[in-house]
Design a protein around this ligand. Structure first.
Ligand code: ZN
Length: 233
């Protein structure tokens, strides 16, 4: 095999390994983004829960205030009734008002109890979910750290491969590197084997002359069909 072709094969190996590592880095980045999104989602849910609880507490206070107001109102009506210096008609009207206010107050008290129960339940859930959220966030953060470490390792390996590539490139004539780079822009395997007279890049037969050329240690043989650089292994 032509020694330049041998070097090109070495270069191809480096380039493919680098590409594989780059793809792995991309995947790690994607996973990291997903985890970060998940964390944001969990925080958002927690915030929503807090807001829900806040609203319930406000509602509860409002109901209690209304109950107090009605209580005062009823007491006032009752006082006027007890003083007794009013007409029968007025008495009837006051009794009606007291009854109406009492009914309303009872209804409000029931509602206030419902809200209190809801608050208790939500607070219970909140405590449980807070622990779960914290655990999930910690786990996600741990995984993010691991991903980051792996990414750094890969980046270092990539850098080493880049240096190795430089060394190999220096040993190959420029015009061959150009030819290789051109082919590489469309194919991951610019240098392929001829097997049983067939180019292993495009699977087409090559001429006997090309096979002969590929065997020759002097020249560079290329596929008549796909232009890949050929060798006979
Ligand atoms: Zn071919």
């Amino acid at each position: 095999m032509n020694k330049n072709v041998k070097k090109l094969l070495e270069l191809q190996e480096i380039d493919n390994t680098s590409r594989e590592k780059e793809l792995r880095i991309d995947k790690l980045k994607q996973r990291k983004d997903n985890l970060k999104e998940k964390i944001e989602g969990l925080k958002e849910k927690e915030k929503e829960r807090e807001e829900r609880l806040e609203t319930l507490k406000e509602k509860s206070e409002e109901k209690n205030r209304e109950v107090d107001e009605l209580q005062d109102q009823i007491e006032k009506y009752q006082k006027r009734l007890d003083e007794g210096i009013i007409s029968f008609k007025e008495t009837e009207a006051l009794e009606e008002k007291i009854k109406h206010s009492t009914d309303r107050m009872e209804k409000l008290e029931d509602e206030a109890i419902d809200i209190m129960m809801k608050i208790d339940k939500t607070e219970e859930e909140r405590a449980k979910q807070k622990t779960e959220t914290k655990k999930a966030i910690n786990e996600n953060n741990e995984e993010i750290d691991e991903l980051e470490e792996k990414k750094e390792e890969l980046a270092e390996e990539l850098q080493e491969l880049g240096q190795e590539r430089e060394r190999v490139v220096q040993k190959i004539p420029d015009r061959l590197i150009d030819q290789y780079d051109r082919l590489r822009s469309t194919n991951n395997n610019p240098v392929v084997k001829i097997k049983n007279g067939v180019c292993q890049g495009c699977q087409m037969s090559v001429s006997k002359n090309t096979v002969k050329q590929a065997r020759d240690s002097q020249g560079i043989a290329t596929c008549e069909n796909c232009s890949r650089i050929l060798y006979v292994g």
